[in-house]
Write a protein that binds this ligand. Structure first.
Ligand code: SAH
Length: 348
C-alpha cells in the first residue's frame, strides 16, 4: 500500500485533489505526517471521519521502530531498524553540548565500496524509501521524548551514498526542511557524498541543504585505490563541479578527510590537499580512522594528526579534527554495517 510519507508535497496535493478535497487539507495532512508524528490515518483527528476512511483505503503510514538501541559510553545511541530480509539499517543519535545530532542512513548497504568503510565492504542491497529516511528522524524524536536537548542537526553520513538515492532523498529533504514539515534549518542539515558530479549538480539545484564531500586522498592514484568512484569521476571532475556549486554568501562546503596512518597522513599530502582546495569555499574535517573488524588500517598518532591540521591551517584552511562518537557500539563513521553483518550482534 502507498505510504503517505513516501510522497512529495506535490504528490500529496495531487492525491487530495483527486479525492475531491480542498487545498487547505494539505497543510493539515503535512502537520500530522511530520510534526504530529501520526501513527496512522485514524489518528488525524481534525480530518473528517469520511476523509480518514477514504484515505486509509488508499494509503497507510509505516512506522520505523528500532529493534534495538545501543548506548555508547560517550552518550551516543545507535538505533538499529529492521530493513527486511534479515537486514538492518542504523542511525546514530549524538548528544552535543546544547543539541543532538542525528546521523542518518539512505541505503541498505552501499555501492561505493570505499576500501576503508565497513558499509562499503558489505555491498548494496536496496535504496531506502523517502518515508524510511524521514522515519529515522521521527523515531529518534519519539525516543528523545521531552528530553531537554533538542534535535536540531542532521547529517546524512550513515549507511549508503545519499546521491546514489537522490530520487528518494529529495522528497525526504523537502519535508525535513519545510516549515509545514519538520522545519530543520538548512544550515544544520548536511548531505555527505563520495562525489557523483551529475547528481551533485542536481542536488545543488534542488535543495539549499549543506554539503559535505568525502575527499580522503589528495591525488587520483591514491583516491582510485581508496574510493573506486574516483575511477569514474576523478578529483578534477569533482573540483570543477564544486567550484560551480550554488552556495549562499556565508556558507562553505565541508570536505571530509579520513586519516589513515602511513597512507594519506604525510605532510606532503596535507600540502597537496591544500593546493587542491585552492579557489574553493571550503573547510576540512579530519576524521582519524575508526577501526572495524577486518580493517587493515589504523589511525595516525595524535601528533601526526595535529601536524596535518597545522599545515592546512598555514594555507589558510579551516581544519577541524572530528573525533567520532559511539565507537564502542560500532556507531562511529565507517563502522555501520547493519545488524545482520554486524559484530556478532545478531544471530540471523
Ligand atoms: N557515502 C557518503 C556518506 C557516508 S560516509 C560519503 O561518502 O560521504 C560518512 C563519512 O565517514 C565519509 O566522509 C567517510 O569518508 C567517513 N568514513 C568512512 N569509513 C570511515 C572509517 N572507518 N573511519 C573514519 N571515517 C570513515
Amino acid at each position: 500500500m502507498l505510504d503517505l510519507r513516501d510522497l512529495s508535497k506535490q504528490e500529496l496535493a495531487l492525491l487530495l485533489e483527486e479525492m475531491g478535497e480542498k487545498p487547505f487539507r494539505l497543510g493539515q495532512l503535512l502537520r500530522w505526517l511530520y510534526r504530529g508524528r501520526a501513527r496512522g490515518v485514524s489518528a488525524m483527528s481534525d480530518l473528517s471521519q469520511d476523509l480518514r476512511r477514504r484515505l486509509s483505503q488508499r494509503a497507510g503510514l509505516t512506522q520505523m521502530t528500532p529493534e534495538r538501541v545501543l548506548l555508547s559510553k560517550d552518550g551516543a545511541r545507535k538505533l538499529i531498524f529492521p530493513a527486511g530480509e534479515g537486514q538492518a539499517i542504523e542511525s546514530v543519535l549524538i548528544p552535543e553540548e546544547d543539541h543532538y545530532t542525528l546521523c542518518l542512513s539512505t541505503q541498505v548497504g552501499c555501492r561505493m565500496a570505499c576500501a576503508f568503510c565497513r558499509t562499503g565492504q558489505m555491498g548494496f542491497s536496496r535504496n531506502l524509501r523517502p518515508g524510511e529516511i524521514s522515519g529515522q528522524i521521527l523515531s529518534a524524536l519519539d525516543l528523545l521524548g521531552d528530553e531537554s536537548l533538542p534535535l536540531t542537526n542532521l547529517v546524512f553520513m550513515g549507511m549508503g551514498e545519499p546521491l546514489d538515492n537522490l530520487d528518494n532523498l529529495l522528497p525526504a529533504l523537502e519535508h525535513i526542511l519545510s516549515s509545514e514539515g519538520l522545519g530543520f534549518s538548512q544550515r544544520r542539515v548536511t548531505v555527505s557524498t563520495a562525489g557523483l558530479p551529475g547528481e551533485l549538480e542536481r542536488l545543488g539545484r534542488a535543495t539549499p541543504a549543506s554539503l559535505a564531500v568525502s575527499i580522503n586522498a589528495p591525488d587520483d592514484e591514491l583516491r582510485d585505490r581508496l574510493m573506486p568512484v574516483n575511477r569514474r569521476f576523478n578529483l578534477d571532475d569533482l573540483k570543477a563541479v564544486l567550484l560551480n556549486y550554488p552556495l549562499k554568501p556565508t556558507r562553505r562546503i565541508t570536505l571530509e578527510y579520513v586519516l589513515l596512518a602511513g597512507i594519506n597522513d604525510h605532510p606532503a599530502q596535507a600540502r597537496q590537499l591544500a593546493m587542491w582546495c585552492r579557489g574553493l569555499r571550503c573547510k576540512v574535517n579530519l576524521i582519524p580512522f575508526n577501526s572495524h573488524s577486518g580493517a587493515q588500517w589504523r589511525a595516525p598518532e595524535n601528533n601526526t594528526v595535529l601536524a596535518f591540521q597545522e599545515i592546512l591551517a598555514s594555507h589558510n584552511l579551516t581544519a577541524l579534527v572530528r573525533r567520532s562518537r559511539g565507537r564502542d557500539v560500532a556507531a562511529a563513521c565507517g563502522q555501520l554495517a547493519g545488524e545482520a553483518a554486524g559484530d556478532g550482534l545478531s544471530s540471523l
